[in-house]
Design a protein around this ligand. Structure first.
Ligand SMILES: Nc1ncnc2c1ncn2[C@@H]1O[C@H](COP(=O)(O)OP(=O)(O)OP(=O)(O)O)[C@@H](O)[C@H]1O
Ligand SMILES: [Mg+2]
Length: 330
């Protein structure tokens, strides 16, 4: 049995994953205009994923492909419309809010809007403890000091306010706040994309160090493959809400199979990845998720598309070293 199948739990008897998605989907009902009928928008569709303890799963894809929707479901902040999320093998819907908070914590993209500007750094970092009535005031203070040290924040900032901190420092505050509950799992949703490139590397290194020191498990979301290259053990590529390629990071980076993954990697190789995907490889832009293309969702932009691709939707295939949803690999 190959490792991919093991990772997807097709073999039995191995460890319970820290986090698991079983056929998870989320549909939003969208109203476009006052008198318009509501239309379903499938933001996430039929996602099966597992994250084993101590491993890093990177979830990548362009803006709007459903990454944040998936992240919110992994955190128990949003209910799936289909399928279920399991936390340590337990359906997340059956786990209490306190127990979810003890196991899985978020670090979001924007350290500017995710920190309350009227609270001191101490109040922000200790908030999860206060909300869940954990420890005494003195005990919480000691924990804040400890976690500030852990994330590399000078102690003198403890009574400062977020607007007195740099972007990188704010993200360290967000990380300390996430870790103070001692979660095993951290869901990072684009934790570095609002930061300057030089600061990004520091935060990525910090996350890597913390992972080793605290034996953390990460679901790490990014639109940029370059960001996850050194951190990820596994990579899941999403396109319009679907999982289209999944495998070990080393395999994906060495040999991307899906033409979309290939294009994402090519864009990483362009001088400025923020300029987006090179048009030569991808042609037209991202389709409207309210009326996705027929057949393979990626076919209008795919350099390798055939007639079959516009007519028939591919299924997720198990190849030797990964899963890939593309007719080329039948
Ligand atoms: N609360 C909502 N109500 C309606 N539609 C939504 C809602 N949240 C997201 N969507 C839609 O669902 C799709 C997926 O959005 P999502 O934010 O999950 O994508 P994303 O991959 O995180 O994008 P980005 O990289 O821009 O953060 C998009 O088409 C978006 O417009
Ligand atoms: Mg997002």
């Amino acid at each position: 049995m190959n490792q991919i199948m093991g990772q997807f739990g097709h073999t039995g008897g191995e460890e319970v994953p820290a986090l698991e998605c079983r056929k998870v989907g989320r549909t939003y009902m969208i109203k476009r205009g006052m008198f318009a009928e509501k239309q379903p928008l499938k933001a996430v569709q039929g996602i099966n994923l597992k994250v084993n303890r101590g491993e890093v799963l990177a979830i990548v894809g362009e803006s709007g492909c459903g990454k944040t929707t998936l992240a919110k479901m992994l955190l128990g902040l949003l209910e799936p419309s289909e399928g279920e999320i399991l936390l340590d093998g337990m359906p997340i819907s059956s786990v209490s809010i306190l127990d979810i908070a003890k196991k899985v914590q978020p670090v979001f993209q924007d350290p500017y809007s995710s920190l309350n500007p009227r609270k001191t750094i101490e109040a922000i970092i200790s908030l999860p403890l206060k909300v869940h009535k954990i420890g005494t005031k003195e005990g919480r203070h000691a924990r804040v000091v400890e976690y500030m040290r852990l994330v590399g924040l000078p102690k003198r900032l403890i009574h400062s306010y977020p607007n007195q901190l740099s972007g990188g420092q704010r993200q360290r505050v967000a990380i300390a706040r996430a870790l103070i509950m001692e979660p095993k799992i951290v869901v990072c949703d684009e934790p570095t994309s609002a930061l300057d490139v030089s600061v990004q590397a520091h935060i990525l290194n910090l996350l890597q160090d913390l992972r080793e020191e605290l034996n953390l498990t990460y679901a790490f979301i990014s639109h940029d493959l370059a960001v996850v290259e050194h951190l990820a053990d596994w990579v899941a590529v999403m396109y319009l809400g679907r999982l289209i390629e999944y495998g070990r990071a080393t395999d994906i980076f060495a040999n991307p199979k899906h033409p979309y993954t290939r294009a994402l990697l090519d864009s990483v190789l362009t001088p400025d990845a923020r300029l987006g995907l090179p048009e030569i490889t991808l042609g037209r832009g991202l389709p409207n998720p309210l009326s996705p293309p027929s057949g393979c969702y990626f076919h209008p932009r795919c350099p390798k598309a055939t007639d079959e691709c516009s007519q028939e939707a591919p299924v997720l295939l198990e190849t030797e070293d990964r899963l890939v949803e593309c007719h080329l690999y039948k």
